[in-house]
Design a protein around this ligand. Structure first.
Ligand code: HEC
Ligand code: HEC
Length: 223
């Protein structure tokens, strides 16, 4: 009779490996308490575009950036103390990435009458924090849309909402100033834009006025 002896072994192996395989969104939410100090409770970002929006970003992209921060391959002084091996094991990276990816921010608030007797100013303020509304950036939106579709859409998605499988970030819904800062980082090879061709910085092929138009287009996608 050998089978009964195997069962506890299988149970033990399952206990050790099983939970680690399942995504734990509650754990992700707990970890997000720390991130919220900078990126906001709903991953809405802020600090005058210092802290990028994370809500709704493809989970694979968030996870990839956290690994790059942890490996010190992408510099981030602000996050350095939150992202060492001890603070952020792989499972935590996975959980918080999925938690943030699962947050959907509204693009519009329903109209309300602020003079109505049942108007709840606090609820309104809270709802406004969960809003994704990028201020319209200057530039030629039409030219930007054409350029975007031709040069960026194949990777960043039809309307700039990113691509989870390929770990490509959403550009629509992201602060324009934040995007510009990243352009500089790619151009200076502080970040690698396309890992399949690390030596080629594709944004170097675009003039600032072209990127300006692309970002103008991206800033109206959430209107
Ligand atoms: C002390 C402030 C601070 C805290 C806390 C913080 N971050 Fe950040 N994070 C930043 C800053 C600043 C940047 C932008 C860095 C840059 O400009 O390249 C950033 C960038 C990121 C990015 C890259 C986004 C993109 O589109 O490029 C991700 C992903 C991210 N943070 C996730 C997290 C998560 C998850 C946590 C919690 C575990 C967290 N951050 C905690 C300040 C913070
Ligand atoms: C070959 C696919 C590809 C193309 C084409 C492409 N991108 Fe990207 N882009 C990526 C990937 C992948 C990342 C994330 C790379 C990383 O890990 O830093 C990225 C990141 C970015 C970021 C940083 C966003 C953030 O939140 O950190 C900006 C800005 C950006 N791309 C702009 C553009 C623009 C503008 C175009 C068109 C002119 C473009 N990209 C074309 C694949 C592409």
């Amino acid at each position: 009779m050998r089978t009964p002896a195997i069962t506890p072994v299988i149970t033990l192996v399952f206990l050790l490996t099983g939970p680690a395989l399942a995504i734990d969104l509650e754990n992700g939410q707990d970890i997000n308490d720390v991130c919220a100090g900078c990126h906001g409770e709903f991953g809405q970002g802020g600090g005058d575009s210092e802290y990028p929006r994370l809500a709704g970003m493809p989970a694979e992209f968030i996870a990839k950036q956290l690994h790059l921060f942890r490996d010190r391959s992408r510099p981030n002084m602000a996050m350095v103390e939150y992202i060492d091996e001890r603070q952020m094991p792989d499972e935590d990276i996975r959980d918080v990435s999925h938690y943030l990816a699962g947050i959907t921010l509204k693009t519009k608030l329903p109209p309300v009458d602020e003079n109505a007797p049942d108007f709840d100013a606090y609820a309104r303020l809270k709802a406004s924090k969960q809003l994704m509304q990028i201020p319209r950036a200057e530039g030629d939106v039409e030219r930007g849309e054409q350029l975007y579709r031709k040069e960026c859409g194949s990777c960043h998605g039809d309307q700039g909402w990113g691509d989870n499988e390929k770990a490509v970030p959403q550009l629509a819904g992201q602060f324009t100033d934040y995007l510009w800062r990243q352009v500089e980082k790619y151009r200076n090879k502080v970040r690698i834009h396309d890992e399949t061709d690390p030596d080629y910085e594709l944004l170097n092929d675009f003039r600032d006025d072209q990127l300006k138009d692309i970002f103008a287009y991206l800033s109206i996608v959430d209107d």
